[in-house]
Design a protein around this ligand. Structure first.
Ligand SMILES: NC(=O)c1ccc[n+]([C@@H]2O[C@H](COP(=O)([O-])OP(=O)(O)OC[C@H]3O[C@@H](n4cnc5c(N)ncnc54)[C@H](OP(=O)(O)O)[C@@H]3O)[C@@H](O)[C@H]2O)c1
Length: 179
């Protein structure tokens, strides 16, 4: 069992902070999807109802899918449904602990990122070198709170619409509050 369970957030944002457009991603980034799959595999993933409905295949395999909605009657086959964020994150933590996963992943969209940020230890952020049109934005981060390290860089082409970097952001110890 892991010593400590991390709450991780994974997202891809443009230079203008756009993360979504008309219920979908504003780009196709093949290598980023591969990274997403690799890093989240085996861990519970927590998402909003709109992100769930945007997935091309539901549920995402090899991961416990947890969906947030205010609709108590909502049916998400293959996923667990919660209407309160603390209940959802606690369920995700319990599942991760039971399954021996080191992380719970918050995978979006913007409303769930907003709710989750106070709980998050680590962010895997794909910084997309583009400013596409969009209607959903990543919340502002306080730069002082996060130590950033670049993990990988990819050029455009071969299934990637744009150039992008994947960075790992760790919350600075002075700003850690266990919730
Ligand atoms: N670039 C990225 O990394 C990334 C990642 C994920 C998603 N996206 C994009 O982001 C967009 C979707 O994001 P979004 O912010 O519009 O929607 P979302 O966060 O995926 O889902 C919003 C829904 O979650 C439920 N919800 C929100 N707050 C809640 C609360 N406090 N309690 C209970 N349920 C709650 C509500 O569902 P009900 O309406 O059913 O009550 C709400 O409509 C799409 O375009 C998607 O492609 C991008």
């Amino acid at each position: 069992m892991p010593d400590q369970l991390n709450v991780c957030l994974i997202a891809a944002r443009g230079r203008n902070n756009v993360i979504g457009n008309e219920g979908d991603l504003p780009w196709r980034l093949k290598d980023d999807l591969a990274f997403f799959k690799k890093v989240t595999m085996g861990c519970p993933i927590l998402m909003g109802r709109k992100t769930w409905e945007s997935l091309p295949f539901r549920p995402l395999k090899g991961r416990e899918n947890i969906v947030m909605t205010r609709d108590w009657t909502y049916n998400a086959p293959g996923a667990r449904v919660y209407s309160s964020f603390p209940a959802a994150i606690n369920a995700a933590r319990a599942i991760a602990t039971r399954q021996g996963a080191g992380c719970v992943f918050v995978i979006g969209g913007a409303t769930i990122y907003d709710l989750a940020l106070p709980y998050v230890d680590t962010i895997y952020m794909t910084e997309v070198d583009a400013s596409p049109e969009g209607d959903v934005f990543f919340p502002q981060l306080a730069p002082d709170e996060w130590k950033t390290e670049t993990m990988a860089s990819h050029e455009a082409g071969d299934g990637n619409d744009h150039r992008f970097s994947i960075v790992k952001m760790q919350r600075e110890p002075a700003f850690v509050t266990r919730r």
